[in-house]
Design a protein around this ligand. Structure first.
Ligand SMILES: [Zn+2]
Length: 596
C-alpha cells in the first residue's frame, strides 16, 4: 500500500515528510500544518506522551512472555496477578475496598471453567536411532497442541507413517491405527481424522501459511489445538518446516534402504488444573460527570505470544498507570469513565457487554489492543488501524488493501457509519507527526476484541500489526517487541480516549471540521478512481453507487458527532454538522457531474 505523498497540497513539518509518504490514509486526513491551531488532540497527546514509558509497558510484556498463557493455567493466573499488582502500584484500589466515588478502582472477576485448564510442561519428538530430537519444547514451546494429553514417563514409541495431504483416502491407505501420523494439514483436523476416527496414537500436523515464510523461519511453529479427548488421551504436535523436512528425509531413507520402518518416540508432559477458574481484570478511571458513559479498552491475555498479545496487555497496563497519574496530578479529569479490560479474547469483552444491560447501554466506544508491539524491522508489516465497516470493505480499491490475514467483501447492510475511524486515525497521525511512526489502516476483517463491540452496535476498532512473519509462532517472543512501538500505540490509544471522555463544544466543533475535511478528501479520491474506472470502460451505475455510498456513510458519520458533548449537543455543533453535511452533498454532486 505505497502511496504517492499528498504533500503537494499543503506544507508539513519537514522531517515527517518521509513518515507521511508511507501513510496511505493521509489522503483523507489533515495533518497539523505549521502555524495553524494545534490539532484537536495535540494537547492531550503531549500530556500523555510526557508520562508514557515504553520501557514500563515492555516490562509487563517481558513478564508475560515467560508463560504459555491459557485460561485457568498458572501462566494466565500469574499474568492476571501481575496486572493487578501494577494497578495497585499505580493507585487503583480494589473495588471491594474502595471508598464511595473513588476514581481509580479495579476488580478481578472469576468464572468457573467447564473444562480443566491446560499447560504444557515439556515435550520431545525424536526419531529412533538418531541422536538429537527433531523437536523439543525447550526450543519450540508451540510444538504441543493445546489439550494434548501427556505420555507415560518413558514416552511412546511407534511407527511413523506419512499421510501426505491428510485426506480420508490417504489416511485410509496409510493404515494409521497404532501409529504416529504426519500430514500436511492442521493438527486439529488431523487429530480428529487420524486419532479419534482411525485409532492413531498421535499426530504431527504441518500447515504454516506462506506469509510466515516457513522456508526462511525454518524452526517456527504456529500454535494449534486439538479436541480434549479423554478416551484417546492422545496428543498432537505441530511441525516446523525444518522438522517436517527431517522426518520426510528419514522416511525416504528408510524406503530407499528397503529396511525397517521409521519409528519415532514422543514424550509429553502437561498439567491439567481442575476445577479451573478463568479470571479477568477490570480497572476504571471513573468519570466525573457522566460515569455511566464509558470508553472501553480490551487486551487479551491468553496465547503464548509476546506480540500476540503480551504487547496489548503491557501497553494497556502503562496506559492505566498514565491515566491514574494524570487524574491524580489534576492534569486531566475525564467526565466519562475509562475502562480497561484484560481477559480471554472475545469472551471477556462479550461478557462485559452482555452481562449488564444498563452498563452496556453506557458503553460509547470500544478499542481492542491486539498485537501492538511489533519491532517491524524484525517482524515486517506495519501498525494498522482496522477500521469499522466502511465502503472500503465493500469496494476495496485504490490505496485500500486487506491484510494477508484476510477479509471478505462486506455488504451495504453491514456498514457502521461513525466518526470513530477517522477520529482515531487523526490521533495516530498526531503521534506519527512527532517521530515518523508508520501508521496504516485496513478495511474491516474481524477476529479480535473489536468485534463484540460491533456486534453490540457500538463503535469498535482494532489496533494491531500485520503482516508479522512470526504471527502465532514460537518466534513471537520478547526480542520481537519494541518499547518505542508500544509507546506510540499506547499514547495514541489513551489520548484518543481522553479526548472523547473530556469533549467540550470547542473540541466537538474542531472534530466536526476534521471529519468534514476527511470526508471531502475521500470523495475526491473516489471521484478520481471512478473516473479512471469509467475511462477503462467501467460501469457508470456502479461508480455512481460507490460515490453515493461513501457520501451517505460520511453523512451519517458526521451526524454521529451529535452526542459527543457531555450533557447534550449544542446548537453550534448541530449547525456545524449540518454545514458539513451540506458541503459533502455539494462536493459529491460535483464529483458525480464531473464523471466522464
Ligand atoms: Zn491476539
Amino acid at each position: 500500500m505505497r502511496l504517492t505523498p499528498p504533500i503537494a497540497r499543503r506544507s508539513i513539518l519537514p522531517w515527517s515528510l518521509a513518515a507521511l509518504a508511507t501513510v496511505p490514509m493521509l489522503l483523507h486526513a489533515q495533518t497539523p500544518t505549521r502555524g495553524a491551531a494545534p490539532s484537536p488532540g495535540e494537547r492531550l497527546r503531549a500530556m500523555v506522551a510526557e508520562r508514557y514509558a515504553g520501557d514500563s509497558a515492555f516490562a509487563t510484556v517481558a513478564f508475560l512472555d515467560q508463560f504459555v498463557r491459557w485460561p485457568g493455567n498458572r501462566g494466565f493466573d500469574a499474568s492476571i496477578d501481575h496486572i493487578a499488582a501494577r494497578l495497585e502500584a499505580a493507585g487503583y484500589v480494589p473495588e471491594s475496598r474502595a471508598a464511595a466515588g473513588a476514581r481509580l478502582t479495579y476488580r478481578v472477576e472469576r468464572y468457573p471453567m467447564a473444562a480443566p485448564a491446560w499447560e504444557p510442561l515439556s515435550a520431545t519428538l525424536s526419531i529412533v536411532g538418531e541422536d538429537s530430537p527433531v523437536l523439543d519444547f525447550a526450543t519450540n514451546r508451540n510444538m504441543l497442541a493445546t489439550n494434548s494429553f501427556g505420555t507415560p514417563a518413558g514416552g511412546i514409541t511407534a511407527e511413523l507413517v506419512d499421510a501426505g495431504g491428510g485426506t480420508a483416502a490417504e489416511l485410509d491407505a496409510a493404515n494409521v491405527r497404532g501409529k504416529v501420523v504426519m500430514a500436511d494439514v492442521g493438527v486439529s483436523r488431523l487429530f480428529t481424522e487420524a486419532v479419534v476416527r482411525r485409532g492413531a496414537v498421535g499426530v504431527l500436523g504441518y500447515a504454516l501459511p506462506a506469509y510466515l515464510q516457513p522456508e526462511r523461519n525454518r524452526t517456527s511453529i504456529q500454535f494449534g489445538g486439538v479436541a480434549r479427548d479423554t478416551s484417546a488421551r492422545a496428543w498432537g504436535i505441530a511441525l516446523s518446516f525444518a522438522a517436517r523436512e527431517r522426518l520426510r528425509r528419514a522416511l525416504a531413507g528408510a524406503t530407499a534402504r528397503g529396511g525397517a520402518p521409521v519409528r519415532v518416540q514422543v514424550r509429553a508432559d502437561v498439567r491439567w488444573t481442575s476445577p479451573a477458574v478463568e479470571r479477568a481484570v477490570i480497572a476504571e478511571v471513573r468519570g466525573a460527570r457522566s460515569p455511566e458513559e464509558r470508553f472501553v479498552f480490551s487486551a487479551h491475555v491468553q496465547e503464548p505470544g509476546a506480540n500476540d498479545n503480551a504487547s496489548g496487555v503491557g501497553a494497556q497496563v502503562e496506559m492505566a498507570r498514565v491515566a491514574a497519574a494524570l487524574v491524580r496530578d489534576g492534569a486531566v479529569s475525564p467526565d466519562r469513565t475509562l475502562t480497561f479490560l484484560w481477559g480471554l479474547e472475545i469472551r471477556s469483552t462479550e461478557r462485559y457487554l452482555t452481562q449488564d444491560t444498563v452498563r452496556a447501554a453506557g458503553v460509547q466506544w470500544g478499542l481492542s489492543l491486539d498485537m501492538v508491539g511489533e519491532d517491524t524491522e524484525k517482524t515486517g508489516g506495519t501498525f494498522l488501524i482496522e477500521k469499522m465497516p466502511d465502503p472500503s470493505a465493500i469496494w476495496t480499491r485504490g490505496e485500500e488493501k486487506h491484510s494477508e490475514w484476510g477479509g471478505r467483501p462486506l455488504t451495504k447492510a453491514e456498514m457502521t457509519p461513525h466518526y470513530f475511524n477517522d477520529f482515531v486515525l487523526h490521533r495516530a497521525l498526531e503521534q506519527a507527526a512527532t517521530n515518523g511512526w508508520v501508521v496504516r489502516t485496513n478495511p474491516f476483517e474481524g477476529g479480535s476484541d473489536h468485534t463484540p463491540f460491533l456486534r453490540a452496535k457500538k463503535p469498535g476498532l482494532l489496533f494491531w500489526h500485520f503482516t508479522d512473519q512470526f504471527y502465532h509462532t514460537d518466534g513471537d517472543r520478547i526480542d520481537k517487541v519494541s518499547p518505542a512501538e508500544l509507546r506510540n500505540v499506547g499514547i495514541t490509544a489513551l489520548a484518543s480516549a481522553l479526548l472523547l471522555t473530556t469533549a467540550t463544544t470547542p473540541t466537538a466543533l474542531a472534530l466536526v471540521g476534521e471529519l468534514e475535511r476527511a470526508a471531502l478528501a475521500r470523495i475526491e479520491t473516489e471521484r478520481r478512481l471512478s473516473a479512471a474506472a469509467l475511462r477503462a470502460g467501467g460501469d457508470r451505475a456502479l461508480e455512481r453507487d460507490i460515490l453515493e455510498t461513501w457520501r451517505s456513510w460520511y453523512d451519517e458519520a458526521l451526524g454521529s458527532y451529535a452526542g459527543l458533548e457531555i450533557g447534550g449537543t449544542s446548537g453550534e455543533v448541530q449547525r456545524a454538522i449540518a454545514g458539513a453535511r451540506q458541503s459533502l452533498r455539494e462536493a459529491t454532486d460535483q464529483a458525480l457531474r464531473s464523471l466522464p
